[in-house]
Design a binder for this molecule. Structure first.
Ligand SMILES: Cc1cc2nc3c(=O)[nH]c(=O)nc-3n(C[C@H](O)[C@H](O)[C@H](O)COP(=O)(O)OP(=O)(O)OC[C@H]3O[C@@H](n4cnc5c(N)ncnc54)[C@H](O)[C@@H]3O)c2cc1C
Length: 346
């Protein structure tokens, strides 16, 4: 079996297949975690980017409940696999209201979560999800890849029947899984995934505790957390330049970085900025992942489209795809790849 892409999804597939004694090879065009998996904020959250009340409105209560339960299971299984490695800590996370409207929404979200059996505490514009956590995402990718067969620096250039063409020659395989998330349309133009850029910065160690948990705010458009050594990671603000924050350019822009710096000032952070970067997320039209066979393409499967929340979904999504491939167990219909229209390239 061939896996294309060496991020969180690819290595989760590799690990799950190894646990089932299936021979698999992962091809990565750059190096492990070169994509979004090595560039993200390391928030390990339950649910989608939207809060629970918004998810109930968008998907219906039954699906929202299933999605949250799926991501809770993802966290539990990933934590077990990491066994304390990669800086994983289940220390809870905040969602902080940035407006009166968001305050009302978070209060409603907390009530709905409690009714549906998900722990949530709301107080004065701040929702605490005590089960959320954080990790070092690149270290997590490395840990999950241990013992698996990986070829780095090998780009898949086209997908054929029964195999792939790569920058290092052709490879035959009855089953090929695209773990290429945002980059999937570069190989398969019909994929209903849109590349969306996200930007971050990191400061030098601040001499004080600025925030005690990963914090999400402004409907998920701003996020920050402080590392154990005092460095602050801050990201977001793409909603302030939505027309620019699309496509495959993995470079930060002055416009968004200026917004991030102003946020640092508003937080009273004096430590200098040491790093700035950008990565590409894969968005789907309904914000839910795509897991399963690619319609009309025998032997070709996809696992991705996490709409900015891949750490919350990928490990369990990979497990469900392997369940489909080996046991014929269908993943939940809300993540089935065939639920969305795959465009015919014009
Ligand atoms: C700045 C930023 C912050 C984020 N913060 C969070 C967060 O805090 N929490 C969270 O849950 N999510 C977050 N995300 C989203 C999260 O990073 C992604 O959802 C997740 O990493 C997706 O993992 P993946 O393995 O599916 O894709 P990727 O990590 O993007 O991996 C895809 C891989 O495929 C490779 N590839 C592509 N095309 C080919 C080809 N033709 N041949 C071979 N290899 C190929 C790429 O090089 C890449 O390594 C953030 C994303 C960004 C950019």
């Amino acid at each position: 079996m061939l896996i294309v892409g060496g991020g969180m999804t690819g290595v989760s597939l590799l690990r799950e297949l190894a646990a089932r004694d299936i021979d698999a090879l992962l091809l990565e065009r750059r190096h492990l975690a070169a994509g979004a998996s090595g560039r993200n904020a390391g928030f390990l959250l339950e649910g989608t980017a939207a809060n629970y009340a918004a998810a109930v409105r968008q998907h219906g209560r039954a699906v929202a409940r299933e999605v949250w339960a799926f991501t809770a299971e993802n966290h539990a299984r990933l934590a077990e696999a990491l066994a304390g490695a990669a800086g994983h800590r289940r220390l809870g996370a905040y969602t902080l209201a940035a407006s009166a409207e968001e305050e009302l929404e978070l209060e409603a979200a907390a009530s709905l979560m409690q009714e549906d059996g998900f722990p949530a505490e709301y107080r004065a514009g701040r929702l605490l999800n005590p089960r959320d956590g954080e990790l070092d995402p690149a270290a997590a990718v490395d840990a999950l890849a241990q013992g698996g067969q990986v070829i780095e620096g090998c780009e898949v250039t086209s997908l054929g029947a029964g195999g792939v063409e790569t920058s290092r020659g052709d490879l035959q395989a009855a089953t090929v899984v695209l773990a290429t998330n945002a980059y999937t349309p570069q190989l398969l133009a019909a994929a209903p995934i849109r590349p969306v850029r996200a930007q971050m910065l990191a400061t030098a160690p601040a001499g004080e505790l600025l925030v005690d948990r990963p914090t999400y705010s402004d409907w998920g458009y701003r996020y920050w957390r402080q590392l154990a050594d005092g460095r602050l990671l801050l990201g977001g603000f793409r909603n302030l330049a939505p027309e620019e924050e699309v496509g495959y350019v993995e470079e930060p822009s002055d416009r968004i970085q200026n917004h991030l710096e102003r946020h640092l000032q508003a937080m009273g952070v004096e430590a200098p900025v040491t790093h700035r970067w950008a990565g590409i997320m894969g968005f789907t039209p309904d914000s839910l992942p795509l897991v399963g066979p690619v319609p009309g393409r025998s032997g070709l499967f996809v696992c991705g489209g996490y709409t900015g929340h891949g750490l919350g979904f990928a490990f369990n999504a990979a497990r469900r795809l392997v369940g489909l491939l080996l046991d014929g167990q269908e993943p939940p219909s809300w993540m089935a790849a065939a639920r969305l229209a795959w465009r015919t390239p014009g």
